[in-house]
Design a protein around this ligand. Sequence first.
Ligand code: AMP
Ligand code: MG
Length: 358
Amino acid sequence: MIVLGIESSCDDTGVALVNDKKEILGEALQSQEEQKQYGGVVPEIAARAHLEHIDELVSLCFKRAKLSLSDVDAIAASSGPGLIGGVVVGVMTAKSLALALNKPFVALNHLEGHALCARLSNEVEFPYLLLLVSGGHCQILVVKNVGEYERLGTTIDDAAGEAFDKVAKMLGLGYPGGPMIEKLASMGNEKRFSLPRPLLGSNDCNLSFSGLKTAVRKLIESYSPDGDIKNADLPKEDVNDICACFQATATDCLVRKLERAIKYFKQKYPNGHHLVVSGGVAANGYLREKLKNLGEKYNLEFAAPPIKFCTDNGVMVAWAGLERYRLGLTNSLDFKPRPRWPLDENAPKAAGAGGVKA
Ligand code: AMP
Ligand code: MG
């Protein structure tokens, strides 16, 4: 069984071929350079870039896999949530191939791609506890099965990756910010500045990063003679220390809310044995280390996709598409791409979600 996956929901155009023996047969990925100068993603530029590259990436992927279009059993595309212009490009490509080849189409929720990716690289059984942290999302979920989720918490403002990107922008470190912050943080003193940990006392698993971001902004502004962040003059050492303090604080917020979620998870799902992290921020080595320790503390096995499959890619779409296809979960070609698409939308409202007591 071979599935083609197409990712185009943000600023990475990814294509991959995966089989049911968990082999990645071919892949091609282009992370858009076009966005870098803007310090974020400009939707129209992203959509045009997907359009520009997607056909050649599909061809390249098949060439690398030494396969032809007819070898494929199903075609999956990230069909939301995401920047709709880009999503439409991927979905139209997948639907056209499905129609021409007379093969099934899987309209994949992009978040399900992140959620199931660790099952490709690791032996992870349902149910498991998932921290999904990316440029656009920050959620704590129980993955009960393919298509079955219980959301325990979410950010009430910025996504975790967004916070890394905004702090990096304030420090003039370029986009995307996460990798650069992690690099500089490794040379900094994480104890130097004390930063706020929003929502820590709240009796739920929700997160917030905007207060932390504002505190970093004020700290940077304090280096400016006129209080304007643009004129802030920071010694290199201080930039490293700010990165280290921000990374440690953001990680601590995630770890503490996860700890609360773990207690709920262990009680409600005693047959669950894994703690999984995925999404772009899961590439962060400092966070991975802390989560591994957290798993050990609560006797949960920690699992994460390899670093290159944490940020958006075609492999996770192909794999999650395959997981759906083999259960018969395919979609008709009139599926409309969805800019918003909660992973747990069909789930009954979780009794524990708002009031997970620890
Ligand atoms: P995604 O939305 O899944 O493609 O992930 C992209 C996001 O992950 C961006 O916000 C990046 O800044 C963030 N990211 C990537 N690598 C790292 C890292 N090493 N540490 C923290 N954040 C990261
Ligand atoms: Mg993503």
